[in-house]
Design a protein around this ligand. Structure first.
Ligand SMILES: C[S@@+](CC[C@H](N)C(=O)[O-])C[C@H]1O[C@@H](n2cnc3c(N)ncnc32)[C@H](O)[C@@H]1O
Length: 372
């Protein structure tokens, strides 16, 4: 009987994993086919032009009709688009007459880069990290890293697009105002000086400069391509010389002067020498200045199986953040799953007297205020 139960449990366990991974493969196909629709402008054209056939969509996007028909049918089969049968005849068969529609609700999730409900960046990031699997595969045996620039434009822009709506809608409107003394300082005279470390393509710096018209903001990142994009984004945002960007390494930034606020959004875990970087940030604070670190809201301790936040972050860590960080230095090799205790240890080693978790409500990030 016990053996029977054991056999049944073993079968159920095997089948549950097989079923889960089968679903995951279909999910991976969705993610990759969504990438085609996004990059080729297919969703944009569908939402702008309403119901259309494969021939119309191909003609409007400069793509090949046979491929577009397959993509449209796949998208409808997987429930992203809606399909309706058209009138076949006069040399038009059913497949050619079929019309496809994208709902505004699905368009918001797929392509609206301003919406807090958008998954465009996360989806693009998932494709981006899969493009670098071969070098990562080698790194697992050599122990070497894979430099951040090697992860390419889809990883870089995927991260930027994932975080941009939050910065533009929440950073100046919700996150910083929930730390009243800091919010007041950013509004006051003389103009507050803000340093945004590891700013990527600059959306957090732009959001701060927009929300606080007095503040002077300098963003920096070690990645040259990110800073080139940040400069272009800043020029389009038209914020004048209150907002500047430079390529710098956080562990030796070579910055002079004193700052009221140093921010580090989703970047401390990516830094090869996090203690040196935090020590620099500390040295750059003025008498009332603070460092604000926002990093992944992972669990306090390791659990397995883990909740979705830890699962997602372990995924990005194993595929991207850890190899990119090791390429800088294997000194800390933090990985994306930076537990609060690890950040506290780094901050203490960097000379901070206090580390406080700020009362910012956020599903994915935890906010830490570091004081010297
Ligand atoms: C996950 S991205 C976050 C970018 C941006 N802060 C955001 O929230 O969208 C991490 C960033 O850290 C930067 N980074 C990693 N190590 C760095 C270092 N030593 N100095 C400066 N930037 C670094 C990377 O180039 C990358 O842009």
């Amino acid at each position: 009987m016990a053996t029977m139960m054991g056999d049944e449990q073993a079968t159920a366990r095997r089948d549950a994993l097989a079923e889960r991974l089968f679903e995951a493969v279909m999910g991976a196909m969705d993610v990759q086919s969504i990438y085609l629709g996004d990059q080729l402008g297919l969703y944009k054209t569908l939402i702008a032009g309403g119901s259309q056939t494969a021939a119309q969509l191909a003609q409007r996007t400069g793509t090949h009709q046979r491929y577009i028909r397959e993509w449209l049918e796949q998208q409808a089969a997987t429930g992203i688009l809606e399909a309706e049968e058209g009138a076949a005849g006069d040399g038009t068969d059913a497949a050619e007459a079929r019309r496809f529609t994208l709902s505004p609700e699905h368009a918001e999730v797929l392509i609206d880069r301003d919406s807090l409900s958008s998954l465009a960046g996360l989806l693009r990031l998932a494709v981006g990290v899969s493009q670098t699997l071969q070098p990562v595969l080698q790194a697992y045996t050599t122990g070497a890293g894979v430099p951040y620039p090697d992860f390419g434009v889809d990883t870089r822009e995927g991260i930027a697009e994932m975080n941009r709506p939050m910065f533009l809608h929440l950073l100046g409107q919700d996150w910083l105002p929930s730390i009243p003394a800091l919010h007041a300082r950013l509004q006051a005279d003389p103009p507050a000086r803000v340093l945004d470390a590891g700013c990527g393509t600059g959306w957090s710096s732009i959001a701060i400069a927009r929300a606080y018209p007095n503040a002077v903001v300098h963003g920096f990142d070690a990645d040259e391509a990110s800073i080139a994009t940040a400069r272009a984004n800043a020029a389009a945002a038209d914020l004048g010389d209150r907002l500047t960007f430079a390529v710098r390494d956080a562990s030796r930034p070579g910055i002079a002067g004193r700052f009221d606020l140093v921010t580090a959004f989703e970047t401390v875990h990516d830094m090869g020498r996090p203690v040196a970087a935090l020590a620099w940030m500390r040295d750059l604070l003025n008498e009332t200045g603070v460092v604000l670190v926002a990093d992944e809201r992972v669990a306090e301790t390791f659990t397995a199986p883990a909740d979705p936040i830890d699962r997602l972050n372990y995924g990005f860590s194993a595929l991207h953040c850890l190899p990119a960080t090791i390429a800088e230095s294997d000194e800390a090799a933090t990985g994306t799953v930076m537990r609060p205790s690890i950040l506290r240890r780094y901050a203490t080693d960097a000379g901070f007297a206090s580390v406080e978790v700020a009362p910012v409500e956020h599903d994915f990030w935890r906010f830490y205020v570091l004081r010297p």
